[in-house]
Design a protein around this ligand. Sequence first.
Ligand SMILES: O=C([O-])CC(=O)C(=O)O
Ligand SMILES: [Mg+2]
Length: 604
Amino acid sequence: MLASKQICTIRNCRLLAAAGRTNFRFLSTSDDVAVEGEWAGCKRSFMAPLRVAARGADILYNPLYNKGTAFKSGERDRLGFRGLLPSRAMNIHSQKARFLLALRAETSAIKKNIMLEDLHDRNETLYHRVLVDHIEEMAPLIYTPTVGQACLEFGARFRRPRGMYFSEEDRGHMAAMVYNWPHKDVHVIVVTDGSRILGLGDLGANGMGIPIGKLSLYCAAGGIAPHRVLPVVLDAGTDNKELLNDEFYMGTQQPRLQGDRYWNLVDEFMQAVRFRWPNVLVQFEDFSSNVAQTLLDKYRDDHLCFNDDIQGTGATALAGLLSALRARGEKVTSLGDQRIVIAGAGSAGIGIGQVLKQAMMEQGKSEKEATNTFFICDHKGLLGKERCHELNPEQQEFARDEDSGLPLLDVVKKYKPTILLGVTAVGGLFTRELISEMSVNCERPIIFPLSNPTAKAECTAEQAYEWSHGRCIFASGSPFDAVEMDDGRIFSPSQCNNMYVFPGLGLGATVCGATRVTDRMLFVAAEALATFVSEDDLKRGRVFPPITSIREVSHRIAVAVVKEALRENLATRVREKDALDLDSFVAQKMYYPEYVPLVEKTFV
Ligand SMILES: O=C([O-])CC(=O)C(=O)O
Ligand SMILES: [Mg+2]
């Protein structure tokens, strides 16, 4: 699409214009460091130089600029580090081959994660190129499930800091502190307070691995340039006794802040980041259920923000269910005719319920009809009116008139659901009996154990296929390998993980300068994702596209989000002529990891 067109920053445009070159495209107005590329492996015939305010060894030790052995001879002279590298210049392909050889020789997933993160700290371009070109192999190493282990071992394995930490000690200083971050054009922040890391519980400041992993996907899968992302931990303490006594724990060793002390910390942080980066998108991640919804409600009308576990997971589950209905040969508009059991009534469970309910209403159901399709259970059984005193307002919306407290298995026996979703963080909760019961009542039960990481999944892919005699439509939060049945059938389970949605949603929201993330944006994101699933995918038992197409998926979601932002009058950065071709508008803004020639800033 853009293959031969030149993409560069405004300053480079001026530089090139001065040199009489006009075959470039203007891209960004606010940036020195941008290296932008096309979403689908573009090959450019001309590369605009990047102006860097550094020289000599400082370049080699800056992971955003460093190319390691790929620096060419002229560049080594021009930038003053001849002699600091072995003589032979490699290219990104040979560097990648060398790295992959070493990575694949290692068998432990956590050690591979460390090798990748060390590369991240040395050379971001090569790191992201490895991710883009081998996303299926790398995603489980830098993200779920291995990132869970990386968080558990974060303190003991700490090497280099990445991102920012804000704690109560910083109160009164945050507006100044944000200027310690060396990049002036941050587009996306992923922030956690570490209170509910995946299904692993309160990991305090060790939860930093999650924002880092999510943001790697923002760059590789969503095409956000690496200098535009900022991982953050709000260090509000931890109630994890082990961590409080752990000699290598990295965070504040005090119990979690409560009440005003907690909310004041959050408030000052939000104001500080908005002050320095007024258009920044803030993604709330892995906040425990008792604060997640309040946090979202507090900021969603005035800040560009969303909660990934509530809204991102909800939109992803919706997309998976729409595809699963297609796989069953049913209309996608039959969502509101299903009976849906959600095991888990935390922020993810309720978030999924809310997104699905909204979709049913878009499809023409009344709110009452839509609500009536849900049977949400927590560890005390079915959410029912009799339990209202112990439920929060969002849970109360789903409380049923009868059978309050009915155990999960009995709910399945009595109400014969067609869909079973798990977000409990209780590994193995979906027993043989439960899945057999689902299969008695429904020819093709939809079974999505969504808890992460793998050990927390409510059942494995193998169990679900075996216990349903190969009849279920399965997707899980963490990846599972293909399953071969005794009769020789092979199923390739899909991963129903919010990684399919957040990179594209964030890309769309930031490129168009959206002022808010709305429920409709989540809905169109889910629709765009669902329409990406081919008939061939469905035949193989897949209800999500292969991870290898994640950049295209993100691109398509981003375009849908920009369209929706325009429709709702919330886009501030789309010119009339951009709106004529949103596909190209979004594609042009997507970062693609490749080396660009460096020029010293003082030189121009
Ligand atoms: O991180 C993931 O894989 C999905 C997610 O948001 C969670 O489980 O909290
Ligand atoms: Mg999460």
